[in-house]
Ligand binder design. Structure first.
Ligand code: CA
Length: 446
């Protein structure tokens, strides 16, 4: 409060109590204060064995960051001796700028990322040539994302399989409206951009010719869909649920329908931090794995929703988050599907093995898809470059160490860095041992 005094003195008696109150309430507590409020003591014995007892991580208020929030709130990080300072990032570009600064420069050491942000920050492709080496340590969550469409295009009956439900729709839209169908995401050339491009192209729609793709901040999308500045939005929960709960739009498809148990967002940290603090990195992973296992249990979903709904975390109604966590989506223009537990976010177990482990075959896909759309010319121009970057940035040894120290059952500890062949809804196969054949099989690409 000390910093307010000069302002108060300046304004003197002209300032009203109401203003003061709302002004104070308008400032969210810092993470440090929130940690103290949670009153979960750091395990000092465990902390003494680490190279450092603290780390600063960025998060975006969407379900992908739930393992980090739960790790703090349930004391999983504290149990392993780590005081995790979670800092809310106003956008993906802010997170990128903060990781370039590092915590020593008032920024963050790492946190939650869409891919290939950590790879491209390492290569300087997102940072004006400044290379900040990062390592991908774990997957935060799978599924839980989707493509929402505005009610104004309800007659398009957009679904996962556009060839079946919406043939010719986008061409007709352009003819009738005199402009292209507009679709948005919150950050270009990363997850949400990949999902919408994959979906459109699989439906025979060229995302670079038949529609207009835009970057729009997530909080502006509901209004944008209402007033017609865009017809679709590729996004993470709770946004698809918010849209399908409102009278603004409908959920055309979930990402889980496009690619079951697909890779989504990841935990990645600056390499210099990890190299200096390898034991603390393992402690961080142990806390996160425990948080993911906790989030996986159906009986914990309500408590998780309550926790995440708090103003200091997501500031979204608990009921919306509970629906999202349980995968209770209303899908399609007719909103026929009421509950699809298999399509919701996954944090630990799946029929493709553990979610958390950073499979190199999955982190590679984002670089191969970057090649498909020529997103990062000069950095990712060949499969060999993609593989070399992937091998440098994705690191599984610390995850395996954490898993063993936690005493996880053998079935939960992968023995290969490849998850094997992946099959998309349209029958396309991504074989990580032969990315060229995947690229060859795609009809629409740049
Ligand atoms: Ca996402």
């Amino acid at each position: 409060m000390l910093h307010r005094r000069p302002l108060l003195a300046l304004l003197g008696g002209a300032i009203s109590t109401t203003f003061l109150l709302s002004g104070c309430l308008g400032n969210p507590p810092s993470r440090r204060e929130a940690n103290q409020a949670a009153a979960i003591p750091i395990n000092r014995q465990a902390s003494a064995k680490l190279e450092t007892g603290t780390i600063s991580l960025g998060f975006i208020p969407i379900l992908e960051s739930a393992p980090l929030v739960v790790g703090v709130e349930k004391g999983f990080f504290a149990k392993h001796g780590l005081d995790v300072n979670l800092a809310k990032q106003s956008s993906w570009s802010t997170a990128r700028d903060n990781v370039v600064l590092g915590s020593s420069g008032g920024g963050i050491d790492g946190g939650q990322w869409q891919l290939p942000m950590p790879q491209m920050i390492s290569e300087g492709a997102l940072t004006n040539g400044k290379k900040v080496q990062m390592v991908i340590l774990a997957m935060l969550m799978s599924q839980g994302n989707g493509i929402a469409a505005a009610n104004s295009v309800k007659d398009g009956n957009l679904s996962v399989d556009l060839r079946k439900t919406s043939p010719g729709f986008f061409q007709k839209f352009s003819q009738e409206e005199g402009r292209k169908f507009r679709a948005s995401y919150s950050f270009p050339k990363a997850n949400q951009d990949f999902w919408i491009r994959y979906w459109l192209a699989a439906g025979g729609v060229n995302p670079e010719r038949d529609v207009e793709l835009l970057t729009v901040p997530a909080p502006e999308t509901l209004q944008g869909m209402k007033n017609g500045t865009m017809e679709a939005f590729s996004t993470g929960d709770p946004w698809p649920s918010r849209i399908s709960n409102s009278d603004v739009g409908y959920l055309a498809t979930t990402t889980a329908q496009i690619w079951k148990v697909h890779p989504e967002e990841y935990l990645a940290i600056r390499s210099d931090w990890v190299n200096k603090h390898p034991k603390a990195a393992v402690a961080l992973l142990k806390g996160m794995i425990e948080a993911q296992r906790w989030l996986d249990k159906p009986e914990n979903k309500t408590q998780a929703a309550r926790m995440l709904s708090s103003r200091k975390w997501f500031n979204v109604p608990q009921s919306v988050l509970e629906q999202s966590l349980k995968g209770q989506y209303r899908i399609g223009a007719k909103a026929t599907h009421e509950s699809n537990p298999g399509l919701g976010p996954l944090y630990w177990s799946s029929d493709r093995g553990v979610i958390s482990y950073p499979y190199k075959s999955l982190t590679l896909w984002f670089l191969i898809e970057s090649l498909r759309w020529k997103f990062y010319p000069g950095t990712v121009d060949t499969i060999q470059q993609a593989q070399a970057i992937n091998n440098r940035v994705t690191r599984d040894d610390l995850w395996l160490k954490a898993a063993r120290e936690l005493g996880l059952p053998a079935k939960d500890i992968p023995t290969s860095s490849s998850r094997g062949k992946e099959v998309f809804f349209d029958g396309t196969v991504y074989d990580p041992s032969n990315p060229q054949s995947y690229l060859n099989s795609l009809k629409i690409k740049r």
